[in-house]
Design a protein around this ligand. Structure first.
Ligand code: GDP
Length: 325
């Protein structure tokens, strides 16, 4: 841990994955800091799964600070049906970016992962030390193994080469710029969309996957971006850090809350043929709390804001065409 804060003034900061949920939140958050330049590259410009392309980019733009937010991500359905792709893409992206950062000797690197790195039966709330103590949740094992490899690589590069890398493991995230595609999205964007479309169609029922009993902790992505900048400037430890809201809800409670926010009052139909995934994923946030950081956006407020963003873009943005029936 370091007593002195890293100074962001005039720094060249690369946000790898700036178009995603996390990367776009980092751009919003960095706009409030005195950084020199925020560097970005789209996946069409540079495929981070390719080592040479990644090295060339990093050598050319010479970032001083790096956020590794580039990843192939998806909800329970996308993850379980493309485990190989999720493992390969995320493994390659992480290995290439971390190695390129070591090569040019960046001042600091922040690796972003996910709470799915923990064993399915981990104690709740889950402390950082639960890593690698038991079998993973099978629906997102490929993704989780890639994220474990990424945080271990960062840790081992710190030990072997002195690379100043830290890792953050956020809980389930939601917010603007999320993926609202029903086949591949996470539960929050899926339910916002399903209930919104049910309201427009005056439909009386909506299908919710699984039994409704799993519990999840949801963090607004702006809180995560704030935590990432906080940790970048104040934390130097070897252990990864959990980033969460500190409370969880059942999927049924979440669905009822989202239905109320959207203003749709039909009935929920739970489809138990769809997977529940992990029974519970609540992070122990004692380490971040001890460092002086806590989440600020209450779930209801974050969902209202995300629904406003969705409703504003729905039908107006090529990524958000109304679902065909
Ligand atoms: P997970 O945390 O990796 O399981 O990610 P998800 O956000 O995809 O799913 C969280 C929980 O919400 C799981 O128990 C899902 O079965 C449940 N769920 C209910 N309805 C939906 C839906 O329409 N889409 C998704 N992705 N999950 C849903």
């Amino acid at each position: 841990m370091s007593a002195t804060r890293l100074d962001l003034s005039g720094k060249r900061v690369w946000v790898a994955g700036h178009r995603g949920l996390v990367g776009s939140a980092l751009l919003r958050r960095l706009a409030r800091e005195p950084v020199g330049e925020v560097l970005t590259a789209t996946s069409a410009q540079v495929d981070l799964r390719q080592q040479e392309a990644t090295q060339t980019l990093v050598q050319r733009v010479k970032p001083e600070l790096v956020f590794l937010a580039a990843a192939r991500v998806g909800g329970i359905n996308a993850n379980r049906s493309a485990q190989g792709e999720f493992l390969y893409d995320n493994l390659m992206i992480a290995a290439n970016v971390i190695e390129a950062c070591r090569n040019i000797g960046v001042e600091k690197l922040v690796v972003l992962g996910s709470s799915c790195i923990y064993p399915r039966e981990a104690p709740q709330p889950i402390p950082e030390q639960a890593l690698l103590t038991g079998p993973l949740e099978p629906t997102n094992e490929g993704y989780a193994i890639a994220k474990i490899a990424a945080l271990e690589l960062a840790k081992m590069y710190r030990r072997q080469y002195g690379l100043n890398a830290i890792s953050l493991m956020p809980t389930n995230l939601y917010g603007p710029e999320d993926n609202f595609d029903l086949a591949s999205s996470h539960v929050v964007p899926a339910l916002l969309r399903k209930f919104h479309e049910a309201k427009l169609a005056r439909a009386g029922t909506v299908e919710v996957w699984g039994t409704g009993t799993p519990r999840r902790e949801f963090l607004h992505v702006d809180d995560l971006a704030d935590a990432a900048v906080f940790a970048l400037t104040r934390y130097e430890g070897e252990s990864h850090l959990n980033v969460g809201a500190g409370t969880d809800v059942s999927i049924r409670e979440l669905a009822e809350l989202i239905a109320e926010i959207v203003g749709w009052d039909g009935s929920l139909v739970f489809d138990s043929k769809m997977p529940d995934g992990a029974p519970r994923k609540l992070l122990d946030v004692a380490m971040m709390t001890a460092l002086g950081w806590r989440a600020r956006i209450p779930l209801r407020e974050g969902l209202v804001q995300t629904y406003e963003w969705f409703a504003h873009h729905y039908g107006a943005d090529s990524r958000l065409e109304p679902t065909r029936r």
